[in-house]
Write a protein that binds this ligand. Structure first.
Ligand code: SF4
Length: 219
């Protein structure tokens, strides 16, 4: 199975439940959702003219719209070649769940990695049983019922107070059927959004996610 990859790098997970964990990020290219405030718009379209070699991909140290089509064996081989020590893999995007991630996550687990997927929850999720699924629902986009039930963590981006009503609707679907960690994340380090998140987290005993990589100026 091949996947179009936008970038692969080692860093510290800066958001949600696994904040602070050394991680290897695999950013898949392609997203049909097109959120207004998306900070990875360069991943949206898989243009053939932007395809590069895996060697060039691994040298990339800026975010841009180039990508490489790589199979699972080569992904694992290149993680070894880079001598990265992190044992946690974050598969993000773009929207990674437009692809079937079962073979990628299963093979990575066989090699001793733990896997996490970050998804909008708008697509069917195909991954290994043990993969940690972070669903980050987008207001006015159709979050699937199956994604909400599969989520280990819901990380909800907040800009204004009214945004919280979509989260309330989602949580009413869960209705205590599953233990799920809830995080609120202010959009774009906006101070007003941060205040709203802190207030609601405190009332509900939810957790705050503040994208520490943006404050630490790391990838
Ligand atoms: S789903 Fe994610 S990658 Fe796609 S547009 Fe929305 S924020 Fe961007």
């Amino acid at each position: 199975m091949h996947y179009p990859i936008n970038e692969m790098f080692q860093t510290i997970q800066g958001e949600g439940y696994h904040t602070g964990i050394p991680s290897i990020f695999i950013r898949l290219h392609g997203c049909p959702i097109h959120c207004k405030w998306c900070d990875t718009k360069y991943t949206w379209n898989c243009l053939k003219s932007n395809e590069i070699t895996i060697e060039k991909l691994l040298e990339k140290n800026i975010s841009n719209n180039t990508w490489s089509y790589i199979d699972v064996k080569k992904i694992i081989l290149n993680i070894k070649k880079q001598k990265w020590k992190s044992k946690h893999i974050v598969i993000t995007g773009g929207e990674p769940c437009i692809y079937n991630l079962s073979s990628l996550t299963e093979e990575l687990e066989k090699k001793g990695f733990t896997c996490q997927i970050e998804t909008s929850g708008t697509q069917l999720i195909n991954c290994s049983f043990n993969t940690w699924v972070t669903v980050s629902p987008k207001k006015h986009k159709n979050t699937l019922y199956t994604s909400i039930l599969r989520a280990n963590e819901i990380k909800y981006p907040v800009f204004k107070k009214e945004d919280l009503s979509y989260l309330d609707a989602i949580l009413s679907i869960l209705n205590n059927r599953k233990k799920c960690h809830i995080f609120l994340q202010p959009i774009s380090q906006n101070q007003e959004s941060l205040k709203i998140c802190i207030e609601r987290c405190t009332i509900k005993n939810w957790r705050l996610s503040i994208q520490i990589h943006k404050y630490l100026l790391i990838r």
